[in-house]
Design a protein around this ligand. Structure first.
Ligand code: AMP
Length: 216
């Protein structure tokens, strides 16, 4: 299967080629066409599977420019936020969407400046996003696509109360995607009320964490 078969626009196909991707990965093949129909997604995929492009590409296609932050990606760490920001910037090279990442541990000013210039896709860690919202520096009232990336890690790191606060700031009518390396009982309990009839996409990792640990 090729990226063109997945229903992506010409601008996104051009970006994909420029990124050096020739064929979609299994998670991209499964989730891009479904996401483009507007359906919620429950994704079980680890880093390294191509999951970032799997949510970024269709989200960009579904989002108009110039209408405020339409896509919000919430992720647990600054490193992940940086990686997603990189993929999002490369993916939007020919569509003109503006991308920004906000995370803690660095000054507010450069992030605030970027937000003021206008952004359609925002990648954020929970605490910094709430801080910026409290300061009045970020408007979440136009978000129509929410991605919760590495939901299991956000739960483990104790970010879930912050995530809940963020959910309460978003319009209730939106498309939701939740990605997690594991779909534990606890993740399912959280996912269920926030996802509406989600399509479940899953790729099995080549080795589960336990198998990947060698004992000596
Ligand atoms: P991710 O799982 O999103 O962290 O992606 C893991 C790595 O795979 C990143 O370095 C991506 O740039 C790369 N990647 C994602 N999709 C593709 C693809 N379709 N073809 C080749 N590399 C890809």
């Amino acid at each position: 299967m090729s990226f063109a078969d997945l229903g992506l626009s010409a601008g996104l196909l051009k970006a994909v080629a420029a990124m050096g991707y020739t064929e979609p990965t299994p998670i991209q093949e499964q989730s891009i066409p479904v996401t483009l129909t507007g359906r919620d997604i429950l994704g079980c995929a680890q880093t390294g599977t191509g999951k970032t492009a799997a949510f970024i590409l269709p989200a960009l296609q579904l989002t108009e420019r110039g209408k405020g932050i339409g896509i919000l990606v919430v992720t647990p760490t600054r490193e992940l936020a940086g990686q997603i920001d990189e993929v999002a910037r490369a993916a939007s090279k020919f569509t003109g969407h503006r991308v920004a990442a906000v995370y803690g541990g660095v000054g507010y000013e450069p992030q605030v400046k970027k937000l003021r210039r206008g952004v359609e896709l925002l990648v954020a860690t929970p605490g910094r996003l709430l801080d910026l919202h409290q300061r009045g520096d970020v408007d979440l009232s136009h978000v129509s696509i929410l991605v919760l990336d590495e939901a299991d890690r956000m739960l483990d790191m104790g970010f879930w109360p912050d995530v809940r606060r963020i959910l309460a700031l978003l319009p209730s009518k939106r498309q939701n995607m939740l990605f997690s390396a594991t779909l534990s009982k606890e993740i399912m309990r959280i996912a269920e009320p926030m996802l509406d009839d989600p399509a479940r996409v899953e790729v099995s990792p080549s080795a589960t964490p336990v198998e990947a640990i060698s004992q000596s």
